[in-house]
Design a protein around this ligand. Structure first.
Ligand SMILES: NC(=O)c1ccc[n+]([C@@H]2O[C@H](COP(=O)([O-])OP(=O)(O)OC[C@H]3O[C@@H](n4cnc5c(N)ncnc54)[C@H](OP(=O)(O)O)[C@@H]3O)[C@@H](O)[C@H]2O)c1
Length: 275
């Protein structure tokens, strides 16, 4: 790519967080034009010299020509922005989209059957460079397109690619929504700690650091998670007493399956209604 230039449609919570990380890590060292109605730019973005802003695509300078587009607007904004993208930016360049729930078929309606599209489903730990991103490429995305998308998202965490687009729905229910499940688990454990007699500050410290340390141990260890759990569980001890509740047939496993099925069903409903 000679003189690469990224055009970003929208730069809010997710788009702004991704761009700030790419600029901070050097994953994107080139020019960026942010297209959004208001001139306010997020922290970590506005101070970079290679950033330009314009209010809408009709004001986009002719030079430099865009080499890639990132769609970071709300899914409901896309029907009004994609026709302008096709008319002004053209369709023979990669379009990366973080919009939840819109399938490839929706984009090809506006960008044509040969659209070079990459769907990107990040999660909020991307904000601190520890994200999990699921990706899916349309048939006409080139290897250079997928390499660029992968490099950008690896700058903010780990990536996994799905050949089958339905994998994005599953990833939405697991890694996309997953941070909320983990935060709720922490809230539950903090509540139990407070009921047992701790103050809130101490309870939060014990719980958050336990989750942090356990996640890091699971990430770094080659051991099965069941082995790591058994290492903490002495026969007749305190952990076993607690796990007899969590591992009850109607316990955490059942709840987790039901919760993920509910998320998956909702992801499919949203995708179907958005086409
Ligand atoms: N937040 C998450 O955790 C998360 C996770 C995965 C995926 N996503 C996806 O990320 C996308 C953005 O979500 P968000 O949370 O970042 O939303 P957001 O904070 O509301 O940002 C939306 C951005 O779109 C801009 N915008 C609005 N109308 C526009 C238009 N007509 N043309 C160009 N830009 C326009 C807004 O500009 P102004 O600031 O100037 O109004 C703003 O910068 C969504 O599609 C969502 O599905 C979000």
């Amino acid at each position: 790519m000679s003189n690469p230039h990224l055009v970003m449609l929208g730069c809010g919570r997710m788009g702004g967080a991704l761009l700030a990380q790419w600029l901070a890590t050097g994953a994107w060292k080139h020019g960026v034009t942010i297209v959004k109605p208001t001139p306010e730019l997020p922290d970590g973005v506005r101070q970079h010299h290679q950033i330009r802003w314009c209010a809408d695509l009709t004001q986009l300078p002719a030079h430099p020509a865009p080499s890639a587009v990132l769609l970071a607007v709300k899914p409901q904004t896309l029907p009004q922005t994609l026709p302008a993208c096709a008319a002004i930016l053209g369709t023979d360049l990669p379009y990366f989209t973080v919009a939840a729930g819109r399938r490839v078929a929706f984009y090809t309606t506006h960008l044509g059957a040969r659209a070079r599209l990459v769907r990107i489903m990040p999660n909020t730990p991307c904000l601190i460079g520890m994200g999990m991103t699921a990706l899916h490429a349309s048939p006409h995305a080139t290897e250079a397109d997928t390499d660029l998308a992968d490099a950008l998202m690896r700058a903010v965490g780990e990536t996994v690619w799905f050949d089958d687009e339905s994998g994005i729905d599953i990833a939405t229910a697991i890694s996309g929504s997953g941070p909320a499940y983990v935060f709720y688990f922490m809230e539950c454990l903090i509540s139990a700690a407070i009921e047992a007699g701790l103050d809130e500050t101490t309870a939060r410290l014990l719980v958050v650091q336990t989750l942090h340390g356990s996640s890091e141990l699971a990430y770094l260890s080659g051991d099965a998670l069941a082995k790591l759990r058994e290492d903490v569980t002495s026969p007749g001890g305190t952990t076993e007493a607690a796990l007899s509740h969590l591992m009850h047939p109607d316990g955490q496993l059942r709840l987790m399956h039901d919760a993920v099925q509910a998320a998956l069903q909702r992801a499919r409903e949203i995708a179907a209604s958005a086409q």
